[in-house]
Structure formats: C-alpha cells, structure tokens
Design a protein around this ligand. Structure first.
Ligand SMILES: *Cc1c(COP(=O)(O)O)cnc(C)c1O
Length: 853
C-alpha cells in the first residue's frame, strides 16, 4: 500500500470539519453558523475510513509520515483517531443532558485509578476489529501500540479503582455523571525492587504525551486559601461574613471522555490541575525578585503535583488538605457556573445534582457549598443548610479507626478560616438536635461532636459527612452493618433511615471483556453477548458447568491465559512461570490487615517442611504463588514484608527439592494493567483479611468473575460471594467477625499459638534463624516480633485454619473436573458483582434518579 506514505490531504468534507463549539465547557457566545451547533460527524467505521483517519492524525498531529514514525507517534495518532470517533457522541451527550435538565451525579473522588484508556475506548466504539485490520494494512500491530500506553495511576488501590468502575457503569447505563478529581502530575509511584526491597520511582505518566485529556485553561477557576474573615452589616441591615483570603491558585480543568459501552453516551471526567494565578506573575514585576516569584509559582503548582501514596492511612499533611479543598472548590464552582442555566435558582440545586462523597476526602465540599450559598448567593443559614443536606451523600470505605480523617482545627482554621466557622456552626446546630433527641445525655452529645478534643482539637470529617449527607452507605453488607453498629452507632440510632448498604461492584467491560477476551468469547458462544451489560445473565452458564465439552474449553482458556501471562512476565520482569501449576494469586495493596504475612507463613511452612524432610515434595500440588502489592513509602512493616516475601521467594525458587513444585513470583509495580493480565490466569484468589477489617474488596470480585476460586475469610464482600457461589465452591477459613470481637475482648495472645502449633513455630523459627537473611537474625524483627507480640490482625490465630483450607484446595485441584465445575459456577454466580448493579442500587437507594431515555 505505497500510497499511504503520502501525507493525507488537509481538506475534510464539510460534515467532518472539527467543531469548535465549546459550550460543553462553559457558556459561549451564541453561535452564528449552522454548523457551529451541530456536533461533528463520526468518521466511517470502514477499514479504509479508519486508515485515512489514522494517517491524517499521524501527519497532522504528530507531524510525521508513517515510515518516519515512532511507536509513540503511532500510539498517539491511534488515540486521536479513536477520540475522533467518540467526539460527536461526547458533544451530543453534553447538549442532550443540559437540554433535558437531567439530574447529574457529581462523583467527588480524590482518586481515579483508570487503567489504560485505548483498549477501553476501542471496546466502547466497537472499533477493535476495524483498528486491528487497518493498522495491519499499515504494517502495524494493535497490541504493540496498546502496550505503549502508560496508565494514568491517579489512585492508590481499591477506592480509586471503584470510582473508575462506577463512572464506566454510569456512562454505560446512560446516566448523566461528571466525575470530579485531581489531575496529579505524578500518580501512584512506580515500584521497583532493588535487592528485594521496594524502591519508589516517580510516575511520569505525562512524559510521552497524554492524548486522552482536553485541557481548558480558559475555563479556569480561582481557589482561595488562608487569610481571615470579617463581619460587615450591609445596606439592608443584614450582617454578612466576608472571607479575606491571603493567597489563591487557579484550577485548570482537564476533561476526559468516559464512553459508555456501545451506547453512544460519553460522560466527562473533569480533573483539576493547579496553576499560579496572575497575582504571582505580578510579583515578578513588582518585587524584582524573580527567583522568589518563581518559587511562588512552584508553590501553587505543588497542589496537584503528586498523589499521596497512603492507602487507608491518611497522613494529615497540610498539602493534602489543600488538595482536597482545591478540587472540591473547583468542582462545585464548575457545576454552578457552567452546567446550569444562567438564571437557575440555586434553591433547586438538589434537583440537578447529587454529590457522592467517595470517602471523607472531599467532605470539605459541605462547608464550601454552605459558604457559596450564604456568602456569595445571599442565602439565609437555614435555606443554605436545606439545600446542602439534600445535595450530598457519603460512602464510607473503612472500619480502621486510623483511616478516619481528623483535621486539626489549627490547620483548618489557618487554611480555610471561613470553613472552620461554618463547621462550628453546623456542629452547634447538630448538637442542639442531639440534645433535643436525647435530653440530659451530655456524654452522648460530646461523643457525637464533630470536634474531637484529643489528642488535639480536630474536625472529624466522617461525622461532618454523616450529618450533612442524605444517605450514608457502607460498601458490603457486613461492612454496612459494622458501620452502623461499631463506627457510627450514635448516628444510626439518631437517624436509622440515613444508613444503607450498596455492595461494591466492578465493571465487566474492563475486567472480563477487555482483560479476558478468550473467556468472553467462550461465554458469548454459549449464552450470547448480552452479559456484558447485564451480568446477571452469566447465570445461564450454570448448566455448562456439567458440560464436558464446555469444561474442556474453559480449561483451555485458563491455560491460554496462563501462557499469555508467562510471556508477559518473562518480558516484563524476567520471571519464568512453570507450566501446569495451580496459579495462586494475592494481589492488593500491602497492608497488615490484608495479611500478606499469613500467605507468607503458608509458603515458609511448605518450604520448611519439605527442606527438613517432614514432607515429600511429590505430595505437593505444583503451585505458583504470585504476589502483587505496593506498600506506602512510609509504612515500615509493609515494606519489610515486601522484602521478606522477596527473600523467601529467592530461597524457595532456588531450592532443588521444590523444583517444579513450588514457585513464588512477585512482579513489581502491581497496577491496573498488570491486574488485567494476572486475574484471567488465576486459579486461586487469596482474600484472607482478618474478618471485620476489609470493607468490601473488589479484587475478590474480579478474580471470581474470571473463574478463580476464593480462599477467604468471612469478611467484606467475601461473605456475599460465598453466599452466591455456594459453600462448596469457596474455601472458607478463619474466625468470623463475632469470634474476632470475642477473642479481642478476652485478650489475644499470639504467643500461645506459637507455643502450641508446631508447624507455625517451625516456620517462624526459620525466619528468626536468619535463614532468609543471609544469617542476619534481626533482619525481619519488625515483621516477626510484631506477629509474635502484638499481631493486631491475628494472623497466628487463623494460621491452622488457613493451612487446613489450603489442603482442601489441593484436594479439589487434584480433581480437575470438580475444580473446573467450581470455577465455572464461580463465573456463573457472581454476575451480581457488576458495578452496573451497584450503580442501580445507588440510583434507587441514594440518588433517586433514573437513566436518561
Ligand atoms: C481491584 C484493584 C485493587 C483492589 O484490590 P483489593 O483486593 O480489593 O484490595 C487494587 N489495585 C488494583 C490495581 C486493582 O485493580
């Protein structure tokens, strides 16, 4: 095809002229040309049309011909091409939503762990085949170009990934939603291992270009900080408060397309980037101190510079509070100024938007909306509160006390003096209500105060969220119950109807269709393709669990996915995966409550028993354990656990007795891209948190949907997974939550388990002996002494039960027919865990709105 070497023509047919209408990003002057309101046409879905578009992008956007182009040029041109297919739909979605005055979901989240965009965009537009063929005609390979994309890692783990799944589902269900968040210049760090230790590298996801974002500096929003407040009486005799801020920054919106699956809807994700305002530029001229002025600029831009890498353990840093206020201030402002009609009466705001607070990170939006209404729109307090409390809902994601954010009033007052005043007043009025509901119970009123007095005076953000929200939800049935009974009991007693549950879900588009095309084809061949948007239809697979031909094909799919993973890990990490092993997968953030240490004790125990001759290697089920986990950079025990896993892996993998029997693989930098490769290959899913500690988990759902069997505790959504797939197809072990509470109350003594369990003692002793640390007996004190002396998450108490459950795993795996049957039933019975269902539950129980028709 020599003609494709020619640069393509520069003139497009009229209906393909790029539209310059910017109304979806703010009010524009009334368009005069008829074409200015009509969205652009869509490029043709033919292979030729695609090639033409692709080469046009390569020539005009990248400024290269095909023969001179790099893989990165080709990837960027391909991304632009796919965007062109989505563009008309995107513009149309914005127009339609504004015209219908439909209620919008404002999803407020400090994190979005999106994963790569290209594959998902091709899926949503049904362009996979066309793109693949078109690129082939150009001598290019789609998979190679897809691999060029660096995923935007703008989240830590489950919470950020949940936000990404939710916005995918809302778009697919035709529900108007704007996701609001922060465009971190550096997302979650890139994990490397140096001599087995985690070393963090900055995530330079923007370095090679970011084709999926649309910056709109002209729509920037000013955000104020610091200063003080003043009271003044106006001409009307009313007293008003004025915030006199000390400094400000600009929030620049970057829009991302959120395409629904094959339905033509494209919602928007709007991430804010911080920039210095003009005030800083002026300083350059006025002060003459150029260096100082540039420092000020850097200071402003620091706000969106980096994602805090703590998962479930906030550090209470000033910059973090700046980030939180920065993005919610921009977001509230954006909706009022740009999405509503100019004459819109803000008393009716709850009819047009409902804000979902993804954990406490965006809760400062509550006093911010109050401030906007009272100080800038002249609302009376009661009127403003009436609107505010109908605009917000709050999702709690944890039970760990250390994960609940408390901002020192000193810091809050210094950074946001007006907001602290408003919080105090909300609290006062709330405590009046408490005293009215429970007369004479002053202790209760103190307990429920949003202001904590110890260890220092601070605002309990979860309480503020609970008071302001219409609905408060936990993320799995058990978690929601514990939230009501243990975390917020006073509040659920006061307002029982405020509390509800929505069990989390994951998007079947990314985590089945995209990640596991072989399984997807097998399912679609059996039951049709409707399951992709109606996942409960996987139920129709149940009869196939007894169909020998289907079972054989199911095993072939799993084997092929393992081969795909083997190829990837070889190239990515130099890891060799043996053939034909049970693939035992534990992938999630490294956290004590998730108990990677328990999995490690299982491995060490197998190693100890075989190398000491207590157990014959030939009795082991050939197994490869794969870990994927990042630790927060300041979380010492977690980082030491990573080091210990790598040291144990080195010994296990080098032991000749274990050759072909046990292997431990720990590819670095677990992220969404790696998850999409690992999960389809997994046989066994490790969900082994201490009961009552994992709010929901979503990794558990992804793995079950891809045909892995779970070994897990009665925790989070595991409870519901087990109920749905059936006890026979789930390996339950360990204490349940009431048993944990009972043991806790009695006084937990990990040492007693060490003393009484020979197998456990041998494993711990082997670590203590320095065997895994070149003779250094103290290398792993932090991990082992912690287990022996404190063991806050009771790994030792659940050890024996875990070992017993692993024996049952081996027994089942030995019977491949039985195992395959269980695996198919896991797929067939976990359709409930689609994030589409989760969104339907939010629509019914929390948002009280319906899809657009
Ligand atoms: C799903 C997912 C998580 C959450 O895993 P859990 O096992 O629920 O903690 C974390 N990180 C990534 C990259 C994910 O895809």
């Amino acid at each position: 095809m020599p003609e494709i070497e020619q640069p393509v023509g520069t003139t497009l047919p009229a209906d393909e002229t790029p539209n310059t209408d910017t109304r979806s990003f703010g009010p524009a002057s009334t368009p005069t040309h008829p074409l200015a309101t009509a969205p652009v046409g869509m490029p043709s879905h033919s292979v030729d049309g695609f090639v033409r578009e692709f080469l046009h992008e390569l020539n005009t956007n990248q400024g290269v011909t095909l023969s001179r182009s790099s893989v990165n040029d080709q990837y960027l041109a391909l991304a632009s091409t796919v965007k062109n297919y989505l563009m008309a739909r995107w513009l149309e979605t914005g127009r339609k939503t504004r015209e219908a005055k439909a209620k919008t979901i404002g999803y407020l989240s400090a994190e979005y762990l999106l994963g790569r965009q290209l594959g998902n965009a091709l899926l949503a537009t049904d362009l996979n085949e066309v793109a693949s063929k078109g690129l082939e005609l150009c001598g290019l390979d789609l998979a190679t170009l897809r691999a060029q994309e660096v995923e935007p890692g703008l989240g830590n783990g489950g919470l950020g990934r949940l936000a990404a799944c939710f916005i995918d589902s809302l778009a697919t269900m035709d529900v108007p939603c704007i996701g609001y968040g922060i465009r971190y210049e550096y997302g979650i760090f890139r994990q490397t291992f140096v001599d087995g230790r985690q070393v963090e590298q900055p995530d330079t996801w923007l370095a090679l270009g970011s084709p999926w974002e649309f910056p709109h500096p002209e729509a920037s929003v000013q955000v104020n900080f610091g200063g003080h407040t003043e009271k003044a009486t106006g001409a009307d005799g009313k007293e008003r408060t004025r915030w006199v801020p000390a400094w400000n920054v600009l929030g620049v919106p970057y829009n991302y397309m959120v395409p629904g699956y094959l339905n033509g809807r494209v919602n928007t994700l709007r991430l804010w980037s911080a920039q210095a305002t003009k005030a800083f530029d002026l300083q350059i001229f006025n002060s003459g101190d150029y260096a100082q002025a540039v420092r000020a600029q850097t200071f402003a831009e620091n706000i969106s510079k980096v994602l805090y890498p703590e998962d479930s353990t906030p550090q209470g840093k000033e910059l973090r509070l700046q980030q939180q206020y920065f993005f919610v201030a921009c977001s509230l402002r954006d909706f009022i100024d740009n999405e509503l009609e100019e004459d819109f009466d803000l008393h009716n705001l709850p009819e047009r938007i409902t804000y979902q607070l993804n954990d406490t990170h965006p809760v400062i939006a509550v006093p911010e909306l109050m401030r906007l209404l009272i100080d800038e729109h002249d609302f009376a307090w009661d009127e403003a509160w009436e609107v505010t409390r109908h605009c917000f809902n709050y999702t709690c994601h944890t039970l760990l006390p250390e994960a609940l954010e408390v901002w020192p009033t000193e810091l809050l007052g210094r950074l946001l003096p007006r907001h602290l005043e408003i919080i105090y007043q909300i609290n006062e009025e709330f405590l009046d209500d408490v005293r009215e509901a429970f007369p004479g119970d002053e202790i209760r009123a103190r307990r429920m105060s949003m202001i904590a007095e110890h260890p220092e005076r601070g605002v309990r953000m979860a309480y503020l969220a609970t008071v302001a929200a219409s609905k408060v939800n936990g993320v799995a049935e058990l978690h929601s119950q514990l939230l009501r009974d243990k975390v917020l009991p006073d509040f659920s007693e006061l307002w029982p109807d405020k509390f509800t549950n929505v069990t989390n879900g994951v998007t079947p588009r990314r985590f089945v269709k995209l990640a596991n095309p072989r399984l997807s084809d097998l399912i679609s061949d059996a039951i049709g393709s409707g399951w992709v948007t109606d996942l409960e239809r996987l139920k129709e697979l149940e009869p196939y669990a007894d169909d020998p031909e289907f079972k054989e094909k199911f095993r072939e799919v799993k084997a092929a996915n393992k081969t795909r993973l083997t190829t990837l890990l070889k190239a990515r990490d130099g890891i060799e995966l043996p053939d034909g092993h049970l693939l035992d997968v534990m992938v999630k953030r490294l956290h004590e409550y998730k108990r990677q240490s328990l999995k490690l004790l299982h491995i060490v125990s197998l190693y100890e028993q075989v190398t000491s001759g207590k157990l014959s290697a030939s009795d082991l089920t050939p197994r490869t354990v794969v870990f994927g986990a990042k630790a927060a950079p300041g979380y010492k025990i977690a980082k030491d656990t990573i080091y210990l896993i790598n040291k144990v892996a080195a010994k296990v993998n080098a032991a000749p007795e274990l050759e072909g029997r046990l292997k431990v693989a720990f590819p670095a930098n677990y992220n969404v891209t790696l998850a999409e490769e690992l999960i389809p290959a997994a046989d066994l899913s490790e969900q082994i948190s201490l009961a009552g500690m994992e709010a929901s988990g979503t990794g558990n759902m992804k793995l079950a949907l891809n045909g892995a069997l779970t070994i897990g505790t009665d925790d989070g959504a595991n409870v519901e997974i087990r109920r749905l797939v059936g006890d026979k197809h789930f390996f339950l072990f360990g204490m349940n939550e009431p048993q944990v509470a009972e043991l806790s109350a009695k006084g937990y003594d990990p040492g007693s388990y060490y003393q009484s369990n020979e197998q456990l003692r041998s494993a711990l002793d082997l670590i203590l002996s320095g065997h895994f640390s070149d003779g250094d007996q103290h290398q792993f004190d932090s991990v082992v002494f912690n287990l022996l002396n404190e063991d806050r998450f009771m790994a030792l108490a659940d050890f024996q039960s875990y070992i017993d459950a692993q024996a049952k795993v081996e027994e089942r795996y030995a019977d491949q027919e039985a195992w395959t049957r269980s695996a198919i039933l896991n797929v067939a019975r976990t359709g409930y865990f689609s994030s589409d269902r989760a969104m339907r539950d939010y629509l019914q129980r929390i948002w009280h709105t319906t899809p657009m028709i």
